[in-house]
Design a protein around this ligand. Sequence first.
Ligand code: GSH
Length: 208
Amino acid sequence: MKLYYSAGSCSTSCHITLEESGLKYEAVEVDFDNATDPNVALVGKLNPLGTLPIFITDDGKQLDQNIAIQTYIADKAVGKNLLPSVGTIERAQAMNWLSFVCSDLHKGIGALFGVSYISEDKAVQQQVRSFLVGRATECIAYLDAKLAGKEYLMGSTFIPADAYAFVVLGWTKYLDIPLAPYKNIEAYMARVASRPAVAAVLKAEGLV
Ligand SMILES: N[C@@H](CCC(=O)N[C@@H](CS)C(=O)NCC(=O)O)C(=O)O
């Protein structure tokens, strides 16, 4: 299995799930800040949308959406309990979290990176930013409330959505959105960061 990732982006969550899985994999860095990195051109060829993650299975099939990649890895990691069994309500709840993180949290927080591309006018940027911060903090506050009394999103078991939420919530430090008011999230971030697989991936991607 091969994962193309860029350090600290949403693809880092697939990297974490791979590391948690204990399966054999190759992680290939794509440096979007370096136009001469041949992997940047390769990404454009493999995925016309130009986005990561890109994941290649052992038999050469491609997946390029976080939810599908994370689910595939978790299902392959038999005995690791990364996702509940297919057909159970717990499975649906874990997928519910993966969907929330992908559609609401990721896109809610991630949209803030695009503010300066919308207009050069600072007043417009400020208006757009406050609109987007409103939506992002709604998702963050929702998550904080849901984490009350829990170690992870599903309770005491770590799931791929935890890897994904951890990575996306980490972007807030670049976006001037303080997490300090969200005590459950603060404790959750430290808890996830202390997992050996997470620490190994942060080190491998040069993020610590
Ligand atoms: N719908 C895709 C979205 C993936 C996505 O937004 N990837 C971002 C990184 S977080 C990306 O590769 N953006 C291109 C860039 O940074 O140039 C998924 O859920 O996997």
